[in-house]
Ligand binder design. Structure first.
Ligand code: GLC
Length: 429
């Protein structure tokens, strides 16, 4: 069980699903947020994009409207990605949105909308920098082959620049609820940087990709196979995923994930106690691409139906030995998540043998049949177990089914959150 902070950072336990937004100059060529590196675009060519930055249709309220519709409760925004271009009025470099045809502080506009709507705002910031002359680019992963002409590699100086920027971000935009570091290629350790954030922004949760371990882990896409073997996360975790398979920034010709893949991914993390950031890349004009917005809306239809099973709950998958389902609990209510391909229309919750007062499929509000009886395959133990029956696994095959089981009273042993419970403690008859 993950302990709460007992301070302003605890908002992170209440708001579980967030919108990740990757926006920068890369939205203009619309291929990938790492175009400069992956596409091998010379820096002197890439910087010319700043002269085209003019997102005249940028309206942060439209982004937040979509997030609200989907059920997302917070936002994480790229203030500076690896390209080095800054989306706020920074005094530390001219490579920012003020020095473009648009000439406005993009972050200030987003922060104003978030504060007005009480949506927690977290800031993404890239440690690696493909523009700053002091960043020691030397051809490691996610680095330019450098130094480039005009560069003066000096990591200590670069960190001074970075700290000055972090100070701006933590002092000019009101309350900041999180800091999301990325790509500390140097693997440099300096806890004083997060200490500064904590002092300036006590509500900020900090991820583990910066200059110390921070507050939470950040499994990305489906790279972390180990998650399938865990019942619940030992450390505070926020998974991240993009709606497109290739890019986090806007990609014109994007290959989007299947809804079912995203829904399962969301459920497998949220039901194990992790938070989840789902990403979209706005286009160069500031609007959100239709295809990506539609994906989010469809995910939202599922999420809004089942969200009571994922918010303000504890992960309790240890209560069953059935590894094809995940369980969450709030008070006397259990939620059964069929997050893997159901192989049959029934699901056994062995060794549970309790009688629910009510069983409801959250996806469509319909009652679910159940039984506590002996099935032939359990003849050796000769025990009756709780079984959900006749689930619409063929009709609703493209989603994750979640069944709500309401009990009069759950045995005390089930209220514990330890994952080492003796399974016999769970048998009540
Ligand atoms: C990966 C990508 C990076 C993106 C990040 C978000 O590290 O390389 O571009 O910003 O994921 O988690």
């Amino acid at each position: 069980m993950i302990e709460r902070f007992n301070d302003g950072r605890d908002w992170f336990f209440e708001k579980r699903f967030g919108l990740f937004v990757h926006w920068g100059l890369y939205a203009i060529p619309a291929w990938h947020e790492q175009l400069q590196w992956r596409g091998r675009v010379p820096r002197e060519e890439y910087v010319k994009l700043a002269a085209q930055w003019n997102p005249t249709h940028y309206n942060p309220d439209a982004w937040l409207d979509l997030a609200a519709q989907v059920g997302m409760k917070y936002v994480c925004f790229t203030t500076k990605h690896h390209e080095g271009f800054c989306l706020w009025d920074t005094q530390q470099t001219d490579y920012n949105t003020m020095h473009t045809p648009y000439g406005r502080d993009v972050l200030a506009m987003l922060a104003e909308a978030c504060h007005r709507r009480h949506v927690p705002l977290c800031l993404y910031y890239s440690c690696v920098d493909w523009h700053h002359p002091n960043y020691p680019n030397q051809g490691r992963h996610h680095e330019l082959a450098g130094p480039l002409p005009g560069d003066e590699p000096d990591h200590a100086k670069y960190l001074e620049f970075l700290k000055a920027q972090v100070r701006e971000l933590c002092t000019h935009y009101g309350e900041i609820h999180g800091f999301w570091w990325d790509m500390n290629v140097e693997e440099h350790v300096d806890p004083s940087i997060n200490a500064m954030i904590r002092q300036l922004q006590p509500k900020a949760v900090i991820n583990n990709r910066g200059y110390d371990e921070g507050d939470f882990g950040t499994p990305e896409r489906d790279y972390d196979k180990g998650v399938d073997d865990t019942l619940t996360f030992e450390r505070l975790t926020e998974a991240c995923q993009s709606v497109g398979t290739q890019s986090w920034g806007y990609r014109q010709d994007e290959d989007y994930y299947a809804d079912r893949h995203l829904i399962r991914s969301l459920d497998k993390y949220l039901a194990r106690g992790a938070n989840y950031l789902l990403n979209i890349g706005p286009m160069a004009d500031g609007t959100l691409p239709d295809a990506a917005s539609t994906v989010l809306q469809r995910i939202g239809q599922w999420y809004n139906g089942v969200q009571e099973s994922l918010e303000d709950v504890v992960p309790v998958s240890h209560l069953t030995s059935n590894r094809d389902v995940l369980l969450t609990r709030r008070h006397n209510t259990l939620y059964v998540h069929l997050y893997r391909d159901p192989i049959a229309e029934s699901v056994s919750l062995k060794p549970l043998n309790l009688v629910p007062q009510r069983a409801t499929l959250l996806n469509n509000g319909q009652a679910v049949e159940w039984a506590v009886d002996l099935v032939p395959s359990d003849h050796i133990e000769h025990q009756p177990y709780l079984r959900l029956c006749k689930l619409p696994v063929n009709e609703l095959a493209n989603t994750v089914l979640v069944v709500k089981l309401e009990f009069d009273d759950l045995p005390a042993a089930m209220m514990k959150t330890e994952t080492t419970l003796n399974q016999n403690d769970l048998l009540t008859r």
